[in-house]
Design a protein around this ligand. Sequence first.
Ligand code: HSE
Length: 300
Amino acid sequence: DSITVFAPATVANVACGFDIFGFAVDNPGDQITLTASPEPGVRIIDIIGDEGRLPREANRNTASIAIQTYLQHINRTDVGVDVVLRKKMPLGSGLGSSAASAVAGVFAINELLNRPLTVRQLIPFAMEGERIACGSAHADNVGPSLLGGFCVIRSYQPLDVIRVNTPASLYCTLVHPDIEVNTKDARFILKNEVSLKNTITQMGNVAGLIAGLMTPDYDLISRSLVDVIIEPVRSILIPEFNEVKQAALENGALGCSISGSGPSMFALCRDPQTAERVGAAMQQAFLSVGISSESYVSEI
Ligand code: HSE
C-alpha cells in the first residue's frame, strides 16, 4: 500500500493577525509518499529537493514527528511506514515549508489507515511537527494547509480553528527573495510587551480584515492590511522591504506585508492581472539591489 499527497504553502499572519490568521495558496507546496511496511515504526527513506539540509532521523523531522505523534495518539505504534518527502518549496522562506511537510505526512497516514480521524482532528499532530521545526507549535500555517482557504486560529487552548469566506475574486502574489530567515530567530527578536495604543490599532485591523473578507469589501480589506506590531520589527530582516511594499501598492495591490516570518512577502489583489503586475514590480524592486526572487500567483 502506498499513497502520495500534496500539501500547499501558506501565508501566515496576513499582516495584522500574528499567529491567528493564515491562508493556503495553490503553489508551491510539498509532496510526500508513504509506503506501508511490515516493520513497525516511521522511517525517512529519502528527501528530495532540500539539498541535504533537513534531518533524516525520524524523531527530528517535522513530517515523521507529525506521523509518529498521530500513530501514538490512535494507539497504532504497530504500524510501519516508509517516507519519501519531495520538498517543492524553499526552506526558511516564510511560506510555511515545515507546516506543509507535517500536514502532508499526517494527512497521508490518516488516508493510508482509512481515515480514523477527521481532517480537522489532524491539526494538533501537524502542530507537533512545527514545534520541532521552529520551537513553537503555532497553527496559522498548518491550519490552512490542512483545511484550505483562509483560517482564523481563534484560540490555542482549546484549539479553535475557523474557516472564513473570502471574496469570489481574490488573488495572492507571493514573492520569495533568494535569502533565508530562520523562524526561530524571527520570533526571538519580537518584543514581549505591546502598547495599549498598538493593541487597539491591531484589533481594529483584525476585525476590519475579517469583515472585509466576508462582506466582501475590497476597500475595507485594503485599509485593514496593516500591521503595527510585528512588521516594524521584522522588516529589518528583509532588504528593500519598504521599496518592495511600495512597488506592490503603486501597482494596485490591496495591501502588502511579510509572509509568515519572512523573507517572502505577499500582496493581495482583486484580479489575476493585477496580481501578475504586482509580482513583477516587487521582483524588480528586489532586483534593484541584486536580489533575485521567485514569484507565485494563486487564487484565494
Ligand atoms: N505566525 C508565525 C510567525 C508563522 O510569524 O512566527 C511562522 O511561519
